[in-house]
Write a protein that binds this ligand. Structure first.
Ligand SMILES: [Zn+2]
Length: 256
């Protein structure tokens, strides 16, 4: 079964540091390949307390779309958990260059635990297990940041991680399943995040088979994301879901 499990749905500093919503990132299973994306604070706890439990030893790789803490906080403990404390060398870690340099979020001493450490670049193409993925464009987000297009045999998933909106952003993310990080209810000029109007622009242009909104900041949470999702579904004739902590999506059920 191809699926996406939302280990957390909080975005940006306040919703995450107050744990208004959880912040463990996404666990994606496609073609028997297990990928953890953006393991924010609590990722390990969320995996182990999931029902059924998600076993970090089953992971084939971990991807950081960027180094911000709400996307990377648990990467080191997840590397240890994926490799049985470093005793079973396996898996691949993918992250932009600045996650490895200077003040690295991927600690040097755990890098030996995994089989490969790879650097994400604009227009990059990568493999994890049976799955390929691409990082089509550099986002506007203060640190090196890349969204993902993930390709299985029968499905494609686009993940638009944090970014300020820029013209044409949507054209890079044509996946059947489109996940958008919507931190802001309304645009705030100096904050490099998508707002609800940006998300509307993207999903109405792309018309994916399913659009999932997640990574909510305080203003989105106050406006009840599930109510917003229902309105957008009617307005644009695209199935839109607001992610909930622990929610699991059966990808195949949206592809027929
Ligand atoms: Zn960020």
């Amino acid at each position: 079964m191809n699926k996406i499990k939302f280990l957390g749905t909080a975005g940006a500093r306040f919703a995450v540091s107050r744990q208004i919503r959880m912040s463990g990132g996404l666990w994606v299973t496609v073609d028997d390949t297990n990928i953890l994306i953006d393991p924010g604070p609590g990722a390990l706890v969320r995996c182990l307390s999931s029902k059924p439990k998600l076993n970090p030893l089953d992971l084939d790789g971990i991807i950081l779309t960027h180094r911000h803490l709400d996307h990377s906080n648990d990467v080191n403990i997840m590397i240890e958990a994926m490799t049985n404390g470093g005793f079973k060398k396996k898996g691949v870690v993918f992250a932009p260059q600045d996650a490895y340099q200077d003040d690295p979020v991927v600690l040097k001493y755990v890098r030996d635990h995994v089989e490969n450490i790879e650097v994400l670049k604009e227009k990059g193409s990568y493999t994890i297990g049976e799955v390929t993925f691409e990082t089509p464009v550099k986002h506007i987000h203060g640190v090196q940041t890349y969204g993902l297009n993930i390709f299985g045999n029968n499905c494609s998933i686009s993940y638009i991680t944090d970014s300020k909106y820029f013209t044409g952003l949507e054209s890079y993310y044509p996946g059947d399943i489109l996940i958008i990080n919507v931190v802001l209810y309304e645009e705030r000029k100096h904050i490099q995040h998508l707002c609800l109007l940006d998300a509307e622009k993207i999903l109405s242009a792309n018309k994916p088979k399913l659009c999932v909104l997640t990574h909510f900041g305080m203003t989105m949470i106050k406006h009840k994301p599930w109510v917003i999702a229902e309105k957008l579904t009617k307005k644009y004739d695209v199935k839109v879901i607001a992610a909930r902590d622990g929610m699991e999506i059966d990808i195949d059920s949206y592809l027929s």
